[in-house]
Write a protein that binds this ligand. Structure first.
Ligand SMILES: Nc1ncnc2c1ncn2[C@@H]1O[C@H](COP(=O)(O)OP(=O)(O)OP(=O)(O)O)[C@@H](O)[C@H]1O
Length: 630
């Protein structure tokens, strides 16, 4: 097939040949049988395992833990100019780190847990979008290149044989010691080893003292020589002043340039977002036309008693965008009969057959609990994968906590309602962890618990959504976007469990108690904070009264319960998963609190009697002492 005819078919022949070269190197039976035919057509989902595509171009190669062996050639990836995700994590691949100069869009590289050797390729410095670079557990040698891309937020070169000074660039220095550990030859900050070859530095710092000693010597030899030293000193000072002025000037120029660059980047980002939105919209229209014309032979499969709608109704429904999540865009569709549904267009999926997809969804829809919202139906075809849910009329918990603050429209979200939300979520998670599969013993962690995935229906019933979807999503995307992968244990082991959900639940409780946005769960464009670290600091530094959202801290009678819930949240946030409580235990504690709270006056609001640091510390220490005794 020529490059031109491949183009007319909607894929890139050079990329396909480059993938075949990789396949021959790996010589892996599964890939040998799976990587055949065309890897991806224009607008179609990828057909080869581990390959992600967009518009017929390869955008991701993720082959993790497959026992792949072989010598990767230096220029193996040069043809993939659209590549943004590369992961060969945990295989046994050899060779030098590749030349990435042809992969300008690469954002995530994970080559950890292989046998790569030689230096870290300087071509990585040219990757302007590089966000994560994981090279740990290889045999790399030489110096760490001077990374200074501001995009780089995750970096690990631990357990190699790297040596020399760790670059002093702001970006490299922003990573903790863990990112460099296990390289005995590395020196300089953040390690505690000073660099051997600091002799130049010493000689520079020796300068003034040696000039001092010569100055002393000159003092002894008479006045003439003393005045030449004065001239020398004046020249020296003048030189310093000029140098300082030059530095200030450069700094001003640099700042101006950075500001301009930022403006250009913002404009570019806005343009990209608009283009992406436009593309999504036209794609959605085109794909619904294809489905309508019957060219795409998928069908709507009902998992629940749907309320009697058909695919044709859905295609005719008016749609309104609700937002964009990990899987892609989510729409609210209103059928002709007025029924409101939510349609999720699933992208970024793992390559899987219709049967695998169905199996996974069946597993999820078998979970029946009043606080869980499971899909009503799904649509699976070559071109389109949709999940259809009932619409939760009162939106999500994120908007209930943070929406409309400071405006007249804001309806205060009081303590009793917040505790009900905490209770609903705890019940749903407990069900997933304990009851869901008592027959098969399979635990389904939620994996992506955050306030936008907690919904409220017309009657304010809590509905936890998007659970268990980590099994459907391509791993690199999951690792980048799902809440569970932000937990402390996932930073090191990248393994999730029910205790990872407990950590996410702790973050959610802190969001409920503080009214602050949690960074791990913030929707795009919203800034948040690491609430677990923040709350520990608050307790340590005794400005604890500030933890509580003023909307609830004025509720005098609830103070004690708020502290109880805060304690639960702090236990859930423990760094070590083993120290976190089980969800069943948490759910029971919250059940007990709720029984007590329901008998209290919810609207007992009194500013004078609000929580103070003093009352907080006293109650907290009493509660801690009670815990210790228990
Ligand atoms: N069944 C539903 N009823 C009402 N709103 C919903 C429903 N499902 C999702 N939403 C809302 O639609 C928006 C987009 O949802 P989506 O699940 O695509 O992304 P997300 O929840 O923000 O992120 P993620 O994909 O990580 O879960 C969110 O604000 C979410 O709360």
């Amino acid at each position: 097939i020529t490059t031109r005819s491949a183009h007319s078919l909607g894929y890139d022949e050079d990329e396909r040949v480059a993938l075949y070269v990789l396949r021959n190197i790996f010589n892996n039976p599964f890939l040998n049988s799976n990587w055949t035919g065309i890897h991806c057509y224009m607008n179609d989902p990828p057909r080869w395992y581990g390959i992600q595509c967009n518009n017929g171009r390869v955008t991701g190669i993720a082959l993790e833990g497959m026992g792949l062996k072989g010598l990767i050639r230096f220029n193996a990836l040069l043809y993939f100019s659209e590549l943004s995700i590369l992961s060969f994590k945990n295989n046994a691949l050899r060779g030098n780190i590749m030349n990435f100069s042809g992969n300008g869009k690469l954002a995530q590289i994970d080559l950890s847990g292989n046998e790569f050797h030689g230096p870290i390729s300087e071509s990585l410095l040219s990757l302007a979008s590089l966000a994560s670079l994981w090279l740990q557990n290889n045999n790399l040698t030489g110096k760490i290149p001077e990374f200074n891309q501001s995009t780089l937020i995750s970096f690990n070169v631990s357990n190699n044989n790297l040596s020399g000074q760790i670059p002093l660039t702001q970006v490299v220095q922003s990573f903790s010691l863990d990112s460099f550990s296990g390289n005995p030859g590395l020196c300089g900050p953040p390690t505690s080893h000073s660099c051997e070859n600091s002799s130049t530095l010493n000689s520079v710092s020796d300068g003034p003292s040696s000039s001092n000693s010569s100055e002393n010597a000159h003092h002894d030899t008479g006045k003439g020589k003393g005045s030449s030293i004065n001239v020398f000193l004046i020249l020296f000072l003048l030189f310093d002043v000029v140098a300082l002025l030059a530095v200030i000037l450069l700094f001003i120029l640099y700042n101006k340039k950075v500001k301009k660059l930022k403006e250009i980047m913002n404009q570019e980002n806005r343009r990209d977002e608009e283009a992406e939105e436009k593309e999504e919209r036209s794609e959605a229209v085109e794909s619904s036309r294809v489905v309508e014309r019957g060219e795409d032979r998928g069908k709507l499969i009902f998992l629940e008693n749907s309320g009697g709608f058909e695919l044709s109704h859905l295609l005719k429904a008016s749609a309104e965008g609700l937002g964009k999540g990990i899987f892609g865009n989510t729409y609210k569709a209103i059928l002709d009969n007025g029924q409101a549904l939510v349609v999720k267009r699933m992208k970024n999926l793992k390559p899987m057959t219709s049967e695998e997809f169905t199996r996974q969804l069946q597993l999820l829809t078998n979970q029946k609990h009043p606080n869980l919202i499971s899909p009503l139906a799904y649509f699976f075809s070559k071109q389109e994968k949709l999940l259809i849910y009932q619409y939760a009329e009162k939106g999500n918990l994120f908007n209930r906590i943070h929406g409309g603050r400071g405006s007249k429209e804001r309806v205060p979200f009081r303590w009793n309602s917040r505790l009900s939300a905490a209770q609903g979520v705890a019940r749903a998670l407990q069900y997933l962890h304990v009851n869901s599969n008592s027959r098969t013993n399979i635990i389904i962690p939620h994996g992506n618990l955050k306030s936008t995935n907690v919904l409220l229906n017309q009657n304010d019933v809590i509905l936890v959504s998007d659970y268990g979807l980590s099994s459907l999503i391509a791993h690199p995307i999951a690792a980048q976007s799902m809440v569970c992968f932000k937990s402390p244990e996932c930073q090191t082991t990248r393994r999730i469990s029910s205790k990872t959900d407990v950590w996410s639940y702790g973050c959610l409780l802190l969001e409920l108690l503080s009214g602050r946005v949690c960074t791990h769960a913030a929707p795009p464009g919203v800034k948040g904070m690491d609430l677990c670290s923040w709350v520990h600091r608050a307790v340590r530094e005794e400005w604890t009264a500030e933890i509580f959202d003023p909307e609830i801290s004025v509720q005098r009678s609830a103070a004690h319960r708020m502290l109880q819930l805060l304690q639960i949240a702090i236990r859930c946030c423990e760094k070590s998963p083993d120290k976190r409580p089980e969800l069943a235990e948490i759910a029971q504690e919250i059940e007990n609190m709720k029984v007590a709270v329901d008998s209290e006056d919810d609207e007992d609001v009194s500013i004078d009697q609000s929580l103070t640091d003093e009352s907080f510390s006293t109650t907290l220490s009493i509660a801690a002492a009670a815990d210790d005794r228990g």
